[in-house]
Design a protein around this ligand. Structure first.
Ligand SMILES: [Zn+2]
Length: 119
């Protein structure tokens, strides 16, 4: 079990060398090591240090400890809602909605079938 406070401390003091990434089992730490002389990794590590502390225990565990958190079901609901949203947007894409009466006309029609207003 990786601790986010340990990761944050490592990112703060040794982040420029990617030590926190190696601690989290991420091979991307190698890039921090290669580019450490540019000080860019130190800046990124400092931001990541803050993110580890700000994002909370659940988010950290889900990302780095492969723990399935209870809030995961909330995400599943969000995903299942997606097709409904795309369906409604498809409807407006295919038909031209009349600004006058709200009648949905066939795609490509220049005049409203209901009130005759130019679309
Ligand atoms: Zn109309």
């Amino acid at each position: 079990m990786k601790n986010r406070y340990t990761a944050a401390v490592l990112a703060f003091f040794l982040g420029g060398l990617g030590v926190h990434k190696f601690y989290l089992g991420k091979w991307t730490g190698i890039f921090y090591l290669i580019f450490c002389w540019t000080y860019v990794p130190s800046i990124i590590a400092l931001i990541e240090c803050i993110l580890y502390l700000v994002n909370g225990e659940e988010d950290f565990n889900e990302k780095y400890n492969n723990v399935v958190v209870s809030s995961k079901s909330h995400n599943d609901n969000y995903v299942s809602n997606q097709p409904i949203i795309t369906q409604t947007s498809n409807l407006t894409d295919t038909g031209a909605v009349c600004p006058e009466c709200g009648h949905i006309n066939e795609a490509g029609s220049n005049f409203c079938e209901s009130c005759g207003k130019k679309l």
